[in-house]
Design a protein around this ligand. Structure first.
Ligand code: ADP
Ligand code: MG
Length: 595
């Protein structure tokens, strides 16, 4: 028994299948055919193009048609004339061993008289575009009042093309007790509306990725503290020496700042956003196309015009507000049959957004760790070795060789290699040596959506109120301040409460278990060159627990752990403090900051 036979298909169809050279059913066929053959049910099937949807509904439809009756029993709606003709041809090929099954195509741009004549001869199956179908219904050239099966093929496309009203009209001319089978590559709102409105508890099958998220794209996320976004971005770039990427920020200002910092730090970067003149944008895009720019930092709107195929990485420096936007971003890579990676830098409080995106794109993210400094050194080292190996020798060097040989005289091969490699390696080594781990524990790894990491396993020891020396005049309201502190420290969504913003200072509360972390974070911490200072407050206003706790212990030891000693010589330190600007401004942003 062939696999097609096992699905319950009849002999005449199996013969046609053999003729067509189909050997094994595709996934959507395997899932849909038995359901449609065995039951009278409505069905929603989500599968990408090219997965064999036509046969998935075509085989069962043919098998269920009563060929002794000339009544129109099946209607297939499809968005375009081309698809309409293609489906008709496929159905005709599948049904070539059926006696008396007639399939007729109805579409615009061809003679309506010819089409109606074909229908009069008896068409059990009609394949139609919505526009022409509606037209023919209103002229009473077709009768679909007795159909048993209505198939909406490429439903998302049809709705995209504005056929919603036409489809509604057409369906109102069909009997209630028919079965409706909806096939679609994606499931946007409009499709679910159709499904809800016109279908009765449809069975649902999904094949591979449900939504447009290109399957050749791997999605990764990296959890870091809010103020580690920039150093994390640099590490991601350093881990991928041949990166050719678009980096997405939420605002024009962040876009500009991140690009500037990358350039300052020696990367081939450029900014693309709406505050640039057309001329400037053209220049940036030209350099990007020529790969003189390896990291293009862009706003969502500006990136719409990017028509470059071989982008290796999309990096979400910040997640977009709309999940839909994420799909557009990640779709910039993995084009033209190439694979690509979409990376997201997130803070723990944003992890639930990752979940929503996963649901939307029907693809799981891989939780990844920002590589440690030493891992990056290793990668760079091998990259360098390979680069040396692959370098085409420039023969013009010949002239200088005697002199060079003189200089390098007495150094053996092994030592020479060490020295050559050290030229590059030392740069990275000095930068990354003793750099800290940027990863924040991913609470999802521990199976929970909730962020407990600040609480440890210890029971809550009451809440602590803090004083922070920023307030309204720094542009904060309680929501933006809460965001800022939460992202900066790496706290969970609900870990901060009772945020009171005054004119030039503010108060907030957390669980006592977060105190050390907060004080350590805001130790020696600058925004726009100004120290942002947090102290445990004596102000009783916040209520609860150890509100009178003094800063002494935590702060003192925090100061001893001062980062400047530990990370001495880090290139990133400067940008580190500066990267806070973007954090803060993000909180202050106005509508006009967006493109
Ligand atoms: P979709 O509608 O999902 O975009 P189609 O139904 O147009 O996909 O099928 C895509 C191509 O794959 C067609 O050329 C079709 O003949 C072929 N095809 C469909 N099912 C099979 C199968 N089981 N084995 C081999 N080829 C198949
Ligand atoms: Mg199709």
């Amino acid at each position: 028994m062939t696999k097609f036979e096992a699905l319950g298909l009849q002999k005449s169809l199996l013969d046609a299948i053999t003729d067509m050279g189909f050997e094994t059913p595709s996934e959507v066929q395997e899932k849909a055919i038995p359901i449609l053959l065995e039951t009278e049910t409505d069905l929603v099937a989500l599968a990408q193009t090219g997965t064999g949807k036509t046969a998935a509904f075509g085989f069962p439809l043919i098998q269920k048609i009563d060929s002794n009756s000339r009544t129109t029993q099946g209607l297939i709606l499809s968005p375009t004339r081309e698809l309409c003709l293609q489906i008709t041809k496929e159905i005709q090929a599948y049904s070539k061993y059926e006696k008396n099954i007639n399939t007729v195509a109805i579409y615009g741009g061809a003679s309506i008289t010819d089409q109606s004549r074909q229908i009069k001869r008896g068409a059990q199956i009609i394949v139609a575009t919505p526009g022409r179908m509606k037209d023919m219904i209103s002229r009473r050239l077709v009768d679909i009042s007795k159909i048993d099966y209505c198939i909406l093929d490429e439903a998302d496309e049809m709705l995209n093309m504005g056929f919603f009203e036409d489809i509604k009209d057409i369906l109102s001319n069909t009997p209630d007790e028919k079965s409706t089978w909806l096939f679609s590559a994606t499931m946007p709102k409009e499709v679910s509306i159709i499904a809800k409105k016109f279908m009765h508890s449809p069975q649902e099958i999904t094949v591979g990725t449900k939504n447009a998220g290109t399957s050749t794209v791997q999605h990764e996320y990296y959890v870091v503290g809010g103020r580690d976004r920039y150093p994390a971005l640099k590490r991601l770039a350093d881990t991928n020496p041949d990166i050719f990427s678009v980096i997405f920020c939420r605002t024009k200002r962040d876009t500009q700042k991140v690009a500037e910092k990358l350039i300052e730090d020696g990367y081939n970067a450029g900014a693309l956003h709406g505050d640039l003149s057309q001329n400037q944008r053209d220049l940036v895009m030209n350099s990007f196309r020529k790969k003189q720019i390896q990291m293009l930092v862009a706003t969502d709107v500006a990136a719409r015009g990017i028509d470059v195929d071989d982008i290796t990485h999309v990096i979400n420096y910040q997640l977009p507000d709309e999940i839909e936007t994420y799909t557009h971003r990640s779709g910039r890579t993995g084009r033209a049959g190439k694979s690509g990676i979409s990376m997201v830098i997130v803070t723990r409080s944003e992890l639930r957004k990752i979940k929503s995106i996963e649901r939307k794109i029907q693809q799981d993210f891989i939780s990844k760790k920002i590589p440690t400094g030493m891992e990056i050194c290793e990668i760079q080292l091998y990259h360098l070795a390979n680069k040396i190996k692959d370098t085409k020798i420039n023969e013009d060097v010949e002239t200088y060789l005697p002199a060079i040989n003189d200089v390098l005289q007495g150094i053996d091969r092994e030592e020479l290699i060490k020295k050559i490699v050290s030229v590059e390696f030392t740069r990275f080594f000095n930068y990354y040596n003793k750099s800290k781990d940027l990863n924040t524990t991913d609470s999802r790894d521990r199976g929970g959506d909730r962020d407990y990491s600040n609480r440890g396993d210890a029971p809550s020891s009451g809440s602590v109120r803090y004083f922070i020396n920023v307030g309204e005049k720094d542009g904060y309201d309680w929501m933006s301040l809460k965001d800022f502190i939460r992202d900066t420290v790496g706290l969970g969504q609900d870990d901060l409460f009772k945020v009171d913003v005054k004119d030039s200072f503010s108060f907030f509360n957390t669980d006592a278990t977060a105190t050390d972390k907060i004080l350590a974070t805001f130790n020696d911490f600058k925004v726009d060159g100004r120290f942002v200072n947090v102290e445990v407050s004596k102000n009783p206003g916040g209520g609860g627990g150890r509100r009178d706790r003094k800063r002494s212990g935590g702060a003192g030891s925090g100061r001893d752990r001062n980062r400047s000693g530990k990370d001495k010589g880090r290139r990133g330190d400067r940008s580190f403090a500066k990267s806070e600007n973007s954090g803060k401004r993000r909180s202050n942003r106005r509508k006009s900051d967006f493109f």
